[in-house]
Design a protein around this ligand. Structure first.
Ligand SMILES: [Zn+2]
Length: 398
């Protein structure tokens, strides 16, 4: 019967996609592990992996070292060369353009200071993208994916608002295609914190079985992303997770967003380095990251008032996180962005304050407060690449 045939085809497709995605996200997985994790028959897994290998999408790797005696299972992983994406991390200080591959490998190719003027930015960017595309040495480029430090309507590809540059209501697709009219591949764009969370969901083993969590993206401001029932919550206009503009002091300093006492005016890298420099002179370093590292070193040595300033930052980070925990009841909290630089004892300090102040039932299922497993650049670039490769995978297994 026709209906039966269609259902069987659909099931075949969804099984293939499930196996392919499992191999993409768990490089080194064996056929036996796939069988266990998917609940599919051993013969179905053998058939699907054979097909994926013969189509060049999956490769057999070296045998994984195994403690158990006997024959070691053969590792499977996504083939690197069959698909590549151009990935762009637009940062407040610099923009990085690189290549991402089907096996999640990323390569940074060029970086430049981000021009504040959008037209100058798009000129510079499309010049670099054009170069990379034309010199891609036969890499099969299947899309471009942007990470922005602001609010992005990912469906309509509109830059709603990037606060540091005051970019707003920009039709990214139109301006990009005006510069590179030959571009006929998918164009994707998203907020950096959502991409960073996407990378963690797939590659951070500490949260691999958890479905509800919060990612706090500590950078020049504070961004964020929320995982609800296994899905990143985007909101009705893709702006959910702007934690930095949660007021934690109703009559505090006025923020550029018009609210007062916003969380990021207490605990962002920008705020904390400025507070230190106000009383102690310049920190070492030309970038936010270098300055923050310098402040962390000083605080370790308890030099001048750096330790007190750092304590204040950790305290305010905890206070804001308590609000998020009470509202969202997460299983995990990731402190990311430049938060990946925190020594573990600082994470423990944040956790200590959280456990004192949050509602006890809201804390019941909360595991540790963890750092992001990626540095800030790799997190955003990996997330940007994943989006292109997810789309590629859906088409590739048909
Ligand atoms: Zn604000």
């Amino acid at each position: 019967m026709k209906i039966k045939k269609i259902n069987a085809e659909r099931m075949g497709y969804s099984n293939k996609l499930m196996v392919f995605n499992l191999i993409r996200y768990s490089p080194g997985i064996s056929r036996n592990e796939i069988t266990k994790l998917t609940g599919l028959d051993k013969s179905t897994v053998t058939k699907i992996t054979y097909e994926l290998i013969s189509r060049g999408l999956v490769e057999e790797g070296e045998r994984k070292s195994s403690k158990s005696p006997g024959r070691k299972p053969i590792r499977l992983e996504a083939a690197k060369g069959i698909a590549a994406s151009i990935i762009v991390k637009v940062g407040v200080e610099k923009t990085i353009v690189g290549l991402g591959f089907l096996n999640n490998f990323i390569e940074k190719i060029v970086e430049f200071e981000t021009p504040k003027n959008f037209n100058t930015f798009i000129d510079k960017l499309t010049f670099e993208v054009d170069n990379i595309y034309k010199n891609s040495n036969g890499h099969n480029i299947v899309g471009i994916s942007f990470s922005f430090p602001g609010m992005i309507d990912r469906k309509n590809l509109i830059i709603e608002y990037v606060p540091h540059f005051n970019w707003s209501d920009i039709k990214l697709k139109d301006v990009f295609l005006k510069e590179l009219p030959y571009w006929d591949k998918p164009i994707l764009a998203a907020n950096e914190a959502k991409l960073a969370l996407q990378s963690e969901i797939y590659f951070n083993e500490e949260i691999s079985n958890l479905n509800n969590g919060v990612y706090i993206f500590v950078s020049q401001g504070i961004g964020g992303a929320i995982l609800i029932d296994g899905k990143i919550h985007l909101g009705s206009n893709y702006t959910a997770g702007e934690f930095g503009h949660m007021s934690i002091q109703e009559s505090g300093e006025k923020c550029f967003c018009n609210n007062q006492g916003c969380w990021e005016t207490f605990a962002s890298i920008d705020t904390i380095t400025k507070i230190y420099e106000y009383s102690n002179g310049k920190l070492k370093g030309a970038t936010y990251e270098e300055k923050f590292k310098n402040l962390l070193e000083k605080s370790e040595k308890r030099s001048t008032n750096s330790y007190e300033i750092m304590n204040q930052m950790l305290y305010y980070l905890a206070v804001g996180t308590v609000n998020l925990i009470n509202i969202l009841n997460p299983e995990f909290v990731i402190i990311g962005g430049y938060g990946y630089l925190f020594p573990d004892k600082y994470l423990k300090q944040i956790e200590h304050t959280i456990r004192e102040r949050a509602l006890k039932p809201s804390l019941k299922s909360l595991g540790k407060i963890v750092k992001s497993s990626f540095d800030i650049e790799t997190a955003c670039l990996t997330g940007a690449n994943l989006r292109v490769m997810d789309e590629f995978a859906e088409k590739a297994v048909i």
